[in-house]
Ligand binder design. Structure first.
Ligand code: SDX
Length: 427
């Protein structure tokens, strides 16, 4: 066992160093306060490990991302999103029988309770679908009181296909309601992604022709978004789940965290940024200059990452998917050309090079969603659908492998020292 030595004042402390399967090392400070009366301070948690996990490995320096040891490139090329979801949640690629059973569970859980359709009547057509997604997922807990106990593995197993399957239905129904079209119910003869596309784009008066290349693109994008270790929304799911809140509530919280433009909401912001450049004919060099200007609040959305100090491997795959899909659909998108020009300029600029700022998962994903016909305010919903298996896997791992303690960080207090109350007449 390796140790770190900490000396503070006349105190010397030996702290164990934990080494992971990819040789990452961490100082175990779980006894620091008890032994030395000290805590650590790390706003944004850039240097703090919240847990040990066997789900996903990221090498930010090399731009590597593996789910349960399999590279996302291999999974994107050879697996489906349902297979990848099974892998993340259960830890191994499913056999044909396991996959068939899992698919059957997803098929059997695609419908919403009919009463939930009334919820949509209360939202304005302009409601952001992330607001609807979070509240509907949380509201599912009202319909399944028999499976809310995180301590009962049988109840947890009942919840998993419900969340993974119904999130598509909730999302598609929100879109249909926002455009005044009748909802299209799930079609259990279709695979996971085709079923979602059909619910999104079919109308009662006309069959939706499912394009296998579009289905492949959706599968690939959902796989690439499926997990990313302790990101903001997954850490939120873990923290909320650590209070023994049920899976629906924990995932609803994760959806809210993902909505932020610094996180999953960036994919919508990227396309809004590209659209503005296109509409106003902005000069790319000027845009890059603005992104570097500390006096400007403008940031290059879809660029930069807390962990990647190299090209986000997901962005590389998504860029290829965008190119291929647009070519297949015999379409071009000026925003893709602008995105590529923006990337070229930024990656040759010292500001971005010094800070190791590269395109991240959100930089090209919106281009693909546009090509498919997904509306702008549904882009982050697509991210959420993809991230569901990762959130489930981490929530499960925390309950199975964690120490069962509630997550409760400390702080360093910097406020006023004790003072006497002053009556209002004296203030
Ligand atoms: C996701 O964590 C995950 O894994 C998330 C995610 C996942 O799969 O779950 O990968 C998904 O959220 C991807 C990120 C999507 N967000 C964006 O694209 C928004 C734009 N990016 C930035 O807001 C920023 O890069 C963050 C939020 C992603 C990361 O922020 P950090 O780690 O806190 O970095 P920082 O703000 O400390 O930046 C370091 C420097 C700063 O400059 P200096 O103070 O050193 O001079 O880089 C600059 C920043 O100003 N910088 C940028 C920039 N991102 C960082 N400058 C211009 N444009 C940018 N996009």
């Amino acid at each position: 066992m390796e140790f770190a030595e900490l000396s503070v004042g006349d105190q010397k402390l030996k702290l164990a160093v934990v080494t992971g399967s990819e040789q990452e090392r961490a100082i175990d400070i779980r006894e620091l306060r008890a032994k030395a009366g000290l805590i650590t301070l790390d706003s944004g948690y850039g240097n703090t490990g919240a847990c040990q996990s066997s789900i996903t490995y990221i090498d930010g320096e090399k731009g590597i991302l593996n789910y349960r040891g399999y590279s996302i490139e291999d999974l994107a090329n050879h697996a489906t999103f349902v297979e990848t979801s099974y892998l993340l949640i259960y830890g191994h690629l499913p056999t044909a029988a396991e996959l068939a059973d899992f698919r059957t569970l997803l098929i059997r859980n695609s419908l919403l309770h009919e009463d939930m359709l009334h919820f949509y009547d209360g939202y304005p057509s302009t409601a952001h679908p992330m607001a609807i997604l979070s509240s509907m997922i949380c509201s599912l807990s009202s319909y399944y009181p028999d499976s809310l106990d995180p301590g009962d593995p049988a109840q947890v197993e009942r919840l998993i296909p419900r969340v993974l399957s119904k999130i598509r239905t909730i999302a598609a129904f929100a879109y249909k309601k926002s455009i005044g079209q009748p909802v299209i119910y799930p079609d259990n003869s279709l695979d996971y992604c085709s079923n979602f596309l059909n619910m999104m784009f079919a109308v009662p008066s006309e069959k939706y022709i499912i394009d296998p290349d579009v289905v492949k693109a959706v599968n690939t994008l959902l796989i690439l978004h499926a997990d990313h270790e302790q990101n903001c929304s997954t850490s939120t799911v873990r923290l909320v789940g650590s209070s023994d809140a049920n899976l629906f509530a924990s995932i609803a919280a994760g959806i809210c965290a993902l909505w932020g433009p610094k996180h999953g909401g960036a994919n919508q912001k990227v396309v809004e940024m590209l659209q503005k450049i296109d509409d106003e004919g902005l000069d790319i060099k000027e845009v890059v200059r603005m992104a570097k200007d500390k006096n400007s609040s403008f940031r290059l959305m879809g660029f930069g990452h807390r962990v990647y100090r190299n090209y986000d491997p997901r962005a590389r795959v998504i860029k290829e998917v965008s190119d291929k899909l647009l070519a297949k659909l015999n379409r071009s998108d000026p925003l893709l050309d602008i995105a590529k020009e923006l990337e070229e300029h930024a990656l040759s600029d010292d500001y971005f090079i010094e800070r190791k700022l590269y395109p991240n998962v959100d930089f090209y994903s919106g281009i693909t969603y546009r090509a498919i016909g997904i509306p702008l305010d549904m882009f982050t919903v697509m991210f959420a659908i993809g991230r569901i298996p990762g959130w489930i896997a981490h929530w499960k791992e925390m309950h199975l492998d964690g120490d069962g303690r509630i997550g409760r960080p400390r702080q360093v207090y910097t406020g006023a020292r004790k003072r006497s109350f002053t009556a209002i007449e004296q203030r």
